[in-house]
Design a protein around this ligand. Structure first.
Ligand SMILES: Cc1ncc(COP(=O)(O)O)c(C=O)c1O
Length: 453
């Protein structure tokens, strides 16, 4: 059943108007800053998606620490958004701040490797099992370079992604299905080529379609998250990852697993938690404790195949690089964040907090008799507007309800809780407490009560 049947739409409209008014009244300084910003920043924000917060203008940052944000008007929030994973380590964790401060005073970037690069790579190997790491400034770049390497060593033209995936601003991935046809995602900005030339798309959890798509052996790599996370969380069905691995191996297709969001699954992401065996693993966001850093690691076999391509220009203008990639500051942040903040012990506290969040939300949903559900993925949890979980990206996309999401986001914002825009997602950090989670549950209870009247 869709939310549309459970929720009185005119009541919802009235509630959104009320919450918008309250938001504007409570945030005069953020609104003034936004007006000023419109003079020199395109759309009034330093990056376009920041304009998409539910209040019509963004809250400007005052300061952030641990699981708390204070906005420019001085309101304090329990932050369950955590920079859409960039701050999963908590805001400005002490160990990362100390390592960054120390490194910043001793040289930020120098075109020379630092010892921290080795420590960071050793820690990634310990967690994810792959050797052969490279560092980038973002998860997007880690994916981009991995795709290039896959095409280079397989000498195959195409990649395969799952419908409604998101892997950063990677040209080849902005593809979706229109029936059986691969077409550009709606709104794709200035695509370089027709995406059907570069990309095959399959529905998540559709093993038969995957088998058909890989059968021609023209796919260099499958790029996949362990679970879809950017169209709501869509978990793999039992056995799907085994099939994915078996089919990719059988057809000589490389498997790139993107752990950028699913790092929430545990210290070694879902790769370690679920025993996945990627050829290449990509990650970003949280690993630097908020400092820009991404990474990709390759299997020994892939490393040997990379080395064997003697004509490939990996070092200069071959399409893989970034002057500031692997800089000493980012690597100090990664080393400290992994070894001292996002530790096994921290995940041991974060994952039960997400379970507490999910249980609280599920109780409210059940008591209200709403046809909604909540899904967990390690330290993250998300509620959706259907009685049962979607099986793939297309089903998940169909559950979107902008007005309802806007209401729930605004309601939370106005009551001191931040959840991730574009999702109904909550993420736990090592600094998040049970009281923070319960605060959300209380606000969610009130929101549902108001919604149903
Ligand atoms: C799974 C996944 N991979 C990669 C990225 C890209 O990360 P970034 O924008 O930091 O490059 C994202 C961003 O949301 C993501 O969700």
């Amino acid at each position: 059943m869709s939310s549309a049947r459970a929720v009185d739409r005119s009541r919802l409209e009235g509630l959104v108007a009320r919450e918008l008014e309250q938001f504007a009244e409570a945030n005069p300084r953020s609104q003034d800053l936004f007006e000023r910003a419109r003079g020199t920043l395109l759309g009034g924000v330093p990056m376009s998606w920041m304009a998409r917060w539910a209040g019509g203008f963004p809250l400007f940052l005052g300061e952030a620490s641990g699981a708390r944000i204070v906005d420019a008007d001085g309101h304090e929030y329990v932050d369950l958004c955590l920079g859409d994973t960039g701050a999963m380590a908590g805001h400005s964790p002490a160990a990362t701040v100390a390592a960054v401060a120390e490194q910043a005073a001793r040289g930020v970037t120098a075109m020379l490797p630092s010892e921290d690069a080795i420590s960071a790579a050793e820690e990634l190997t310990r967690r994810f099992g792959l050797r052969g790491w490279q560092f980038t400034l973002s998860a997007t770049d880690a994916n981009r370079f991995s795709i290039r390497l896959a095409r280079e060593i397989t000498e195959r033209p195409k990649i395969l992604v799952f419908d409604y995936c998101y892997h950063g601003t990677v040209d080849e991935t902005f593809a979706t299905l229109d029936g059986d046809r691969v077409v550009a995602r709606p709104g794709n900005v200035g695509p370089p080529v027709d995406v059907s030339l570069t990309t095959k798309v399959v529905q998540w959890n559709d093993a038969d379609a995957l088998e058909r798509a890989l059968a021609l052996s023209d796919v260099a790599c499958v790029l996949a998250e362990p679970a879809l996370t950017n169209i709501g969380i869509v978990l793999p069905q039992p056995g799907f990852h085994d099939t994915l691995r078996e089919l990719t191996r059988r057809t000589g297709t490389l498997l790139i697993i993107d752990e950028t969001h699913t790092f929430s699954g545990g210290p070694g992401g879902c790769t370690a938690a679920w025993g996945l065996e990627p050829d290449v693993l990509t990650i970003g966001k949280a690993i630097g404790g908020g400092v820009p850093a991404g990474a990709y690691g390759v299997s020994d076999e892939v490393a040997a195949r990379i080395a064997a391509r003697e004509d490939a220009d990996y070092e200069d203008v071959g399409g893989i690089g970034g002057t500031l990639a692997g800089n000493a500051l980012s690597l100090a942040a990664v080393r400290a964040t992994l070894t001292e903040v996002l530790t096994e012990e921290a995940f041991g506290r974060m994952i039960p907090l997400a379970a507490r969040f999910a249980a609280g939300v599920a109780d409210v949903i059940e008591d209200a008799g709403l046809p909604w559900h909540v899904t967990e993925l390690g330290a993250r949890a998300e509620y959706r507007f259907s009685a049962t979980p979607p099986r793939n990206g297309a089903e998940s996309a169909a559950l979107g309800d902008e007005e309802l999401e806007r209401f729930l986001h605004l309601y939370s914002l106005n009551r001191g809780v931040l959840i991730t825009p574009f999702h109904n997602m909550a993420l736990m950090s090592p600094a998040t407490s049970e009281a923070d989670v319960d605060r959300h549950t209380a606000v969610f209870t009130e929101a549902v009560r108001d919604l149903l009247g």
